[in-house]
Ligand binder design. Sequence first.
Ligand code: 7MF
Ligand code: ZN
Length: 875
Amino acid sequence: MSAKPTIYLKDYTPPSFLIDTISLRFELDETATRVKSQLQVRRNPQAAVTRQLQLHGHESVELCEIKLNGAHLAADAYQREAEFLTLLDVPESFELEIETCINPEANTALEGLYLSDGMYCTQCEAEGFRRITFYPDRPDVMSVFTTTLVADASRFPVLLGNGNPVQRGELDDGRHWVTWVDPFPKPAYLFALVAGDLQCLEDQFTTCSGRQVTLQIYAEAKDLEKLDHAMTALKNAMRWDEEVYGREYDLDIYMIVAVDFFNMGAMENKGLNIFNTACVLAHPRTTTDAGFQRVESVVAHEYFHNWSGNRVTCRDWFQLSLKEGFTVFRDQCFSADMHSAVVQRVDEVGILRTAQFAEDAGPMAHPVRPASFIEISNFYTLTVYEKGAAVVRMLHTLLGADVFRKGADLYFERHDGQAVTTDDFVQAMADVSGRDLTQFKRWYSQAGTPRLKVSDHYDAASQRYQLNVQQSCPATPEAQQKLPFHLPLSVGLLRADGSSFVLKDGKTTQLLELTEAEQTFVFDGIDEAPLPSLLRDFSAPVKLVYGYTDEQLAFLLSHDEDGFNRWDAGQQLSLRLVNRLIADYQQGKPLSLPDTFVATWQSVLQQAPQDPAMAALLLTLPSEAYISETAEQIDPLAIHHVRHFMRCALAEQLESSWLELYRQHDSQSGYTASAADMARRSLRNLCLSYLMVLESPAHLALAQQQFETADNMTDQFAALISVAHSGFRDSADELLAEFLSQWQHESLVMNQWLMVQATDPREGGLARVQQLLEHPVYDARNPNKIRSLIGAFCQQNAVNFHAQDGSGYRFLADHILQLDAQNPQIAARLLTPLTRWRRYAADRQALMQAQLQRIMDKGQLSGDVYEVVSKSLCQ
Ligand code: 7MF
Ligand code: ZN
């Protein structure tokens, strides 16, 4: 049982005291770091009068000394509880001095101050600062921070803090110190420090108003050569925010530090971002194209937070999507501008429609602005991030780009330096547009994925076409009944020749606004029966149902002018076939592919050279995860078997086309990271993956040759995975061994090596993973390793994880129990696949529930794991 109480949004009250300034001095030591903090405190005129000051403080923090206005506090003047330090009687305004002692080496949770590979770093979002010192650790308390770091000069030559360095010096004992001042008031979650033996790549950026900003990216010396891509991404992001949002950077220096031990992707600490090495290091030899793109988008995301998150921050953690949803929307638009907009959209909708929709249908479902939580770190979710971004995107679509920009300007201007709410964000949009967005705000308060049921009617005599749309939303833990949403439904109408009708305002895409549970939209002057193209560019995060025939989907696939819908038509067409084949498989019938389906693929293959990026998307079958999300009940074995069967049949029947395309898309000259080259590689490697399922020695030789001769990780890794997951066992083992010896000193490459093996669908997966847990490249304390091995096995190896004997579930539960004492955030995140037990048949349900119960019965759980397990069991 967890003793942690549930926190409710409705209970929010402003802070009783404000902290105008905080001055921190860290005497860094592996096991006993001394932290002196000096606070200027005053009562909040906006809050109810009280003489009690309650400060947060984690139980691991030792209180050494406390002084008020220079005088030691008597022991009966304060109370120390597990999570708090309460001063019982304080004046209106005063100076508070606190000295604490903490142990970075013992910090395996990686929250607060800890050691990553011998270097000091911090992670304070959301509630890590209370593991450093006693403080009102809530985002609506904003203060000007001054930080002094003191450490051994030879082992920790680099000492970094937020803001600008203002003073430095040396002590007699071989230690040195640096003082940093951040002039912008900020909440404690944006505090950071780093101390280590680091090298940096430095560059300059001239802002739109002509100010010079120094850019520095720090890493261990061996990784210095992997920082160029992040630097380019940073400069592109800075320019983009100036051009698209009119937002300029505000300090003289912007630093990024790469660390190996990190619970998440990255963190936007003011002026001092800290990044997981996996999200900042990139080099063609060691990083795949997907890795390059991740680095670019994470660098941009953290940079964009400087305005959407730091200058304007969250009032409380229920408002998390205020900064995260908006910032994800911003980084999505940035990536779309840097690369192919359709490919970017397909990728982001893929995440939303598989993982977020699944979350919205499970026991942890919550609104974009949750109403309650036990542990806030469990709410850094796809709903807050991805659905939150989709909600901001809908405002952009409803208001148009120009009005949206004016709304963003007003929001930043009105709330600069404040901690605000999602209502404030929407209000700025309402004020500039003159529109009433009250109903729209239901997107923030109602969970669940709405369903749109669309039907139509065409009357040739009156040339009138009508679309009828009904919306509904399933019950979720917080609410049985849902009110209708206000949402943009973008539609086009196709003629028989494939062209789009010109609709309102001379445009071929019309924006319909849904507000009612049922609505009918009328189109006049439609001179032939049209085929509707619905929800273009995925204009709202909903499940759309319309009775297309297979022929109509194939028509959209070849003719729709909306790239996203063209791709989606192909996906829906494949999905239907998948479902028919799953039914056949379950009834023991033989499987076969209809000729029409193969013919459709043949024609996509023929046109592939015209747009390789799009072709690579179109020629990829719906993922097992997406098939699972859309299934009535998930049968992991059937899904895997059917998808594999389809890949084999398509490979066999179109073998010469795959081979020809593979050969055509060979790189002519060396590697480049251009969009065209990435598209070429993705199509070529897709061809290889189809060829390899045929298990022919000739194709194996092709893959082996690609593995040996590749000058970049994208091609080498694609060859590796295609062989490693094939029936050629000996060749698979050989290549895996060769890859290991080639890259054993590259930690991030070894994550990929672990992942290939963890996701291998062939029999005996669990045993292989268990062996790898003992391998020298594995490190049970490093979150990246845990995710690459245990996480990948449980989330991307459905056939093995869902083994009928329940061994996969037991394995996961064993590791959660072990991990919870070490790193509760990672333990809770790893739980996700077990929480989905209701989606499976009774036998698997029982096995999954039994493991959840076993975790629950352990007792002494962290709040993180307790919240997820208890909610999963009671729903
Ligand atoms: C791009 O949001 C998109 C999302 C919190 C940590 C980074 O900037 C962040 C941090 C989590 C989950 C996803 C992301 C982040 C975090 C993230 C990173 C890059 N404020 Br938890
Ligand atoms: Zn973020």
